[in-house]
Design a protein around this ligand. Sequence first.
Ligand code: SF4
Length: 280
Amino acid sequence: MARGVTPRRPSRSGRHERARGLNHTLPSGKRLASAAKKTGASKASPASVIAKSASDYSTSPERVAEILQRLEATYPGVTCALRHKSAWELLVATILSAQCTDVRVNLVTPELFKKYPTVQDLAAATPEQIEPDIRSTGFFRNKSKSLVRAARRLVSDFGGEVPRDMDQLLSLPGVARKTANVVLGTWFRQAVGVVVDTHVTRIARRLELTREASAPKIEQDLMRVIPQRKWIDFAHQLIWHGRALCYARKPKCSECPLENICHAADKTWSTVPIHKSARP
Ligand code: SF4
């Protein structure tokens, strides 16, 4: 490269593109109808026009399909990173993964499953007995209680088998929708809901697929905009994307396959206008 010549770096605001207001063109070349046409600019206030237009754009079927297609191309065939050989092991690992990394859980579970190979073995233990085995995953007192109680409930009410039903899973101690969705989606391949963890929350908000903050509401939004056949893979792909590029701090936007359809306010690189409300 000639001396004194530096590559042009897109501005964070996207203003270098001479963006004024909304400029939404999908890679297919299809430009979304402007809010003015849809709502009648003379009647609506500028703020409401922008809000309506941004919302129409962000969850439009064309944009969602583009996001799904790029995620599939980038993360084909990805699945849950928690190591497991059965629905029971996956349930245990998912309970342990709360506020803990999958890497840490994968270090702990082999020894735990060696010591307590079956549901019945764990049901016969006391929480105090397994505390030392799971201590490094954090919140070990609560987690050990949940594991033992869940094992006992499975033995007493479900013949020692993990049920493949959302309501029955939710009746187990320590099991909320995220855990139930992981087990149903990953082990039973049943798309009953969308797994919403910290990665899914952050990226879905950056991509403006939701503006909600609570996991139940985010899940409802995602179930509305993502086709059901993609619920399982979509969550896995967002989780992998969160680990690979879309970090909580300093996401690697310049390497991201979604860059030119992502308008997140905290992007580190942008070739498109940013949307101030698109925040993690
Ligand atoms: S462009 Fe940046 S913020 Fe947007 S999805 Fe990609 S890594 Fe995340």
